[in-house]
Each structure stands twice: as C-alpha cells, then as structure tokens.
Design a protein around this ligand. Structure first.
Ligand code: NAG
Length: 404
C-alpha cells in the first residue's frame, strides 16, 4: 500500500485516475443519503424548474407606451357658472391622453376676473392691516393674490382691514366643497391602449383584442374572466376594484394607480401572454387626517370681450388622478440557464455526500473503523505498521484535518 503511494507521486500525467469508493453497510447513513438526494432532486425539479422556471432566460426590460381616451358627458348647473356641459376635452387634464391624467369631478368657478384693484382676502394672513403703512406699495402679498397698492381697506376707522391689491379681481371666494358637481363621472369610461415590447425576444403585443369586429371596442367592458382583452373601464368600476367608492373620492379628489402587469411565458405561445390589471388607491395616509386628503389644483380660461379687454375664469378643480404604470417580464427556454441550474443541482448532491461522510465518520459509533478504511497512510518503505502505530494514528488525524 505504502509503496504504491510513493509511486503515485511519479504517475504520468497521461494516466487516468479514478476514484475509489468505500461501501459502508450502514442503514442509517444509507437512508439519510437517499433522503438528502430525494429532497435535492425535489428542490431542483419542483422549485427551480417547475415553479421558478429555471430553464428560462428572462427579460425584465419591458418597453411600453400608453395612450388613454375618455368618453362621457356631464351637465352642471351652479349659480356662478350657470348651465355647463362637460365633455372629455373639458374634464380631462391634460387632454393629450397621457398615462397620467386627471378627471375633474368637482369645481369652483370664479368667473369674469379682470386685472384691477380690490381687497385681499381676509384668509391671507400677510394681507391684514390696521393702517396704510402696513401695506408696502409694490410688494407681493405672501401666499396672496396680488401686489399691494399701498392702501389699507377698512370698514371703519377702528376695525382691522385687508390691504388693497392689484391683481385678478374679484378674488376667489373660499369654499368647502359640498358634494361632487359632475355627478355621473363614475359612468365615464376610459380606454387604455397599451403597447409593449420585450426587446431581447423581439416580442411585441398590445392589450387590445385583435379583431376585425369594429363594434367590439364600442360595447365591451373589461372583465377579468370574460373580457381580459377589453381595454375599456368604467371609472366607478376602477375605484370599486381598488375598494373605494367613487362618490366618496369625487368630492375632494384622490389618486388611483392602475397597474398593467405582463407576465409572459413565451414558451407557451403568443396567446398566453396577456395583461393583468391591478388597481390601488395611492393617496391614503395611515393617520387619516383631513388636512392633506384630496387632490385639487387651479387652472384658468382666458377670454377677450368685444372691446379687446382680457378677462378670465378661474377654476379650482377637484378630481381623481389616474396613474397608469406598466411592468412585466418575459421568459423563454434557453440552454445556458438550464445548464447552470443542472450543474448547481449536481453540486448540491456533492454537498449531500459530504454531509453523509461527516455523519458516518464522526457521529456513528463505528466511525473509527470507517475512518481507518477511508484514510490510508503514506509511509516510507522502511517503517512497518507495528513499530509506530501511534504515529500512524497521528498522521491519520493530520490528514483528516487537511481533508476537511
Ligand atoms: C350610471 O349609469 C347607470 C346605468 O346606465 C345608471 O343607472 C346610474 O344612475 C348612472 N349613475 C349616475 C351617477 O349617473
């Protein structure tokens, strides 16, 4: 034995070395090894390949384009504005049909504003005054509506007043919305056209059903099961799916996220790749304080009268903001990830064998005898097994340390 080891040092590189196996007739370790093998095979097949599709190459760099279009008409009748008809060109801001859009559900109009002099609102703290000196001529009112003219306007000598300003007069009256004015906004529909591409696989698709039936888009409504390719949603259904009532949101406004998720297994074919829609309300705060809830902003419309004088209508609009987000990934069979996953599975098997070795050699009662078989000593030719059996054991121990 020892001699062969020495000789081994001079083995030619052209010799093929094969491993030698020791069969341990130990039922416990044998069963343990099979259990480990089975669970590794189960993990590789069940989790890595079937569940995580480890045989696929994936592309998560989805490229997408979204176009939106709203339909629906509402009529409002208020004391300031009279009878107004609201079409999509009026209530969708901006009107281009972008992926982020705002739908007006409630508004306050301040009509016929003209440039001129009037009193600042008493709600603006910086506009308060007692005497003319408090209103610096030419200075802006902080968080106010215009430039101070230098006069303090008071009801009588003894009371406090507000500075006179130069700006768009009359200034906006403060109000708290009582209820939504565009009451049937929940029956408006939104058409979301979404084109996507996975550049790695040269795959492209749209969320609109490919049909020659022209009337399909006129009458269909989205439904998860029945019409997954119908891209038309009722606004009330969208908030319903996000678990909020449209009427509750429409008085003070809110923000809704529409997620379009493309999760495509391209091995299954073109028709199995279809979008999934998820809806959430985005403007919820945990603390539920009323000071920051809702969504509103102001915008203006300018006119000129017959004499060429400019005037404007100021709108403070409340509404629901829709934010359409697209994400997704696609997978397709590829030999490289398959090979990598198979190889890592085999390496795991090796780790299992190593673990069983440890159990066999160090935890079993007869571990010693297995160890003696497994680790052979390389000694010089002169030494015999009798005269230095102690050294023998020491060397064996050292070799073990080297091995593990
Ligand atoms: C929305 O449309 C339905 C059916 O056409 C109608 O019953 C309902 O009253 C409408 N809702 C509003 C707020 O106008």
């Amino acid at each position: 034995m020892a001699g062969s080891c020495l000789k081994g040092r001079f083995l030619s590189v052209f010799d093929y070395k094969t491993e030698k196996y020791i069969v341990a007739k130990n039922k416990k370790v044998g069963v343990l090894y099979r259990v480990i093998q089975l669970s590794i095979i189960g993990y590789i097949i069940g989790w890595v390949f079937v569940s995580k599709k480890g045989y696929q190459e994936t592309d998560e760099a989805i490229q997408s384009s979204v176009i939106t279009k709203l339909k629906g008409v509402s009529v409002t009748n208020t004391s300031e504005s009279g009878l107004l008809v609201w079409g999509p060109e009026d209530y969708v801001i901006p009107p281009q049909g972008e992926a982020v859009l705002f739908v007006v559900t409630n508004f306050l109009e301040t009509p016929n504003q003209k440039l001129g002099y009037c009193a600042e609102s008493p709600k603006v703290l910086d506009g308060h005054c007692r005497v003319d000196r408090d209103c610096d001529k030419g200075k802006m009112v902080v968080a106010g509506n215009g430039i101070m003219s230098g006069r303090c306007l008071r009801k009588d000598e003894s009371s406090n007043g507000t500075c006179e300003i130069y700006g768009w007069c009359p200034i906006e009256r403060k109000f708290k919305p009582q209820g939504p004015l565009l009451t049937n906004a929940e029956n408006f529909t939104i058409y979301i056209k979404n084109f996507i591409q996975f550049p790695k696989f040269k795959f492209s698709k749209s969320n609109v059903l490919e049909t020659t039936d022209d009337s399909y888009l006129k009458k269909c409504r989205y439904d998860e099961e029945l019409h997954p390719y119908c891209p038309i949603f009722r606004l009330g259904d969208i908030t319903q799916r996000a678990r909020y009532n449209f009427q509750d949101m429409s008085t003070f406004g809110g923000s809704i996220g529409i997620m379009i998720s493309w999760n495509c297994d391209l091995d299954k074919g073109y028709s199995h790749c279809h979008p999934q829609y998820y809806f959430t309300r985005l403007d919820i705060s945990v603390s539920n304080t009323t000071i920051a809830t809702g969504f509103n902003f102001r915008h203006t419309r300018y006119f000129k009268n017959a004499t060429g004088e400019s005037y404007r209508s100021l709108f403070k609009v409340y509404g629901v903001r829709f934010n359409i987000m697209v994400h997704g990934k696609a997978g397709m069979f590829s030999i490289i990830p398959t090979a990598i996953n198979v190889a890592s599975g085999l390496a795991l098997m090796g780790a299992g064998a190593f673990f069983c070795d440890m159990v066999l050699l160090y935890l079993m009662k007869k571990g010693n005898s297995y160890r003696e078989r497994k680790f052979e000593d390389c000694r010089s030719k002169k030494s015999t097994s009798e005269d230095n059996s102690v050294e023998d054991k020491k060397a064996a121990m050292e070799q073990e340390n080297l091995t593990f």
